[in-house]
Design a binder for this molecule. Structure first.
Ligand code: NAP
Ligand code: ZN
Ligand code: ZN
Length: 351
């Protein structure tokens, strides 16, 4: 075992504070990674505050990890020391169930998430990316092109794949009108991908001050969702709407904007349920409400390669880890432009 340092929540209402813990020594198929950058996902905040009711403390959050390989086990074939790599929300799965065989490990009943998930190696709960290093089986490590700025690539590992995967699954492309609801970490990546796939992109926001940024990021139109008349100009006109909002809200506003057979796909995971959707909105135009969860390893690599080819990264604010609690407060006020990324070199002074 090797000692390392990170930042942890000690209980559901404590700020994140320094925390010393151990990582396993690399096993034959493991890759040991020095973490350089880790994005701050709203899911980190939900779990640190136990809003999903399944939190185990102390908790080291972080699943948008980018770093350099420092050591590999003797059976590792795909990575060598010095490689730039990423780790997202998954670190293991059963490998044999139908979901795993179809490269959809995120739906495996035995999927192991990167933190706050049972760890077969330690017998406890595992620890995430707000730390100096991590040890992960090579099958759950991704190649990150050196063409990409590594700090700005970190959010691709969750915000990126969580928006790329549903846009691909529902076949969004040229000629489609696509809505993105919420301009935060996920939303800003949703705009970039929908635009890159050739769609006409409309952002729905509660924050009028984000309109110029949304256009710069690739939105063709911006609608302030509190302005009902502006929203209703778009009735029954969308092929697909991706809703990234982290709080409960009225879904009928968005289902009514879908064309016949259109889909509203939810990726936000609020702590309380949304109000029940109006069935009439669904049956009269055969519309659907769907959900999507991150993406499998194969698709995550495809997304990272697509980003390298098309020069797509996140718009980020880099912070030292000592500022993570203030960053959480700003995310909760919808005041993030558009992802905080922690520079883990800031942990050196604690070693
Ligand atoms: P974020 O950066 O906080 O962005 C969420 C955005 O939603 C905000 O910036 C804000 O945009 C809008 N919003 C917030 N509160 C709202 C409210 N009460 N009503 C309407 N709009 C509101 O969060 P994120 O990191 O993108 O994550 C978003 C959600 O997705 C979280 O619940 C997270 O847990 C979840 N998530 C799911 C998956 C998955 O696999 N399904 C993966 C990652 C994250 P405007 O200012 O533009 O309105
Ligand atoms: Zn996330
Ligand atoms: Zn499986």
């Amino acid at each position: 075992m090797q000692k390392t340092i990170g930042y942890a929540a000690y209980n559901h209402n404590s700020p994140l504070l320094p925390f010393s813990f151990e990582r396993r020594d690399p096993q034959p198929t493991d890759v040991q990674i020095e973490i350089l950058f880790c994005g701050v996902c709203h899911s980190d905040i939900h779990q640190v505050r136990n809003e999903w009711g399944n939190s185990v403390f102390p908790m080291v959050p972080g699943h948008e990890i980018v770093g350099k390989v420092i050591k590999t086990g003797n059976e590792v074939t795909r990575f060598k020391p010095g490689d730039s790599v990423g780790v997202g929300c998954l670190v293991d799965s059963c490998r044999v169930c139908p979901d795993c065989r179809e490269n959809l490990e995120q739906f495996c009943n035995d999927a192991v998430f990167t933190y706050n998930s049972p760890d077969k190696h330690s017998g406890g709960s595992n620890y995430g990316g707000y730390s100096r290093q991590i040890v992960v089986d090579q099958d759950f490590v991704l190649h990150v092109s050196d063409k990409l700025d590594l700090a700005a690539a970190a959010p691709l590992l969750c915000a990126g794949i969580t928006t790329y995967s549903p846009l691909r699954n529902w076949g969004v492309g040229k000629g489609d009108k696509v809505g993105i609801v919420g301009l935060g970490g996920l939303g800003h990546m949703g705009i970039k991908f929908a635009r890159a796939f050739g769609a006409h992109v409309v952002l729905f926001t509660t924050t009028p001050g984000k309109a110029n940024d949304a256009r710069r990021l690739g939105a063709d139109e911006v609608v302030v969702s509190k302005n009902i008349e502006e929203v209703q100009e778009h009735l029954a006109s969308f092929d697909f709407i991706l809703d990234t909002v982290a709080a409960p809200h009225n879904l009928d506003v968005y289902t009514s904007l879908l064309k016949r057979d259109g889909t509203l796909c939810l990726v936000g995971v609020p702590d309380h349920p949304h109000p029940s959707p109006a069935v009439g909105n669904l049956i009269f135009k055969r519309r659907s409400i769907a959900g999507s969860l991150i993406g499998g390893l194969k698709e995550t690599q495809e997304m990272l390669d697509f980003c390298a080819e098309n020069a797509i990264t996140s718009d980020i604010e880099i912070i030292p880890i000592q500022q993570v609690n203030e960053a959480y407060e700003r995310v909760l006020k919808s005041d993030v432009k558009y992802r905080f990324v922690i520079d883990l070199a800031s942990l050196k002074q604690l070693e």
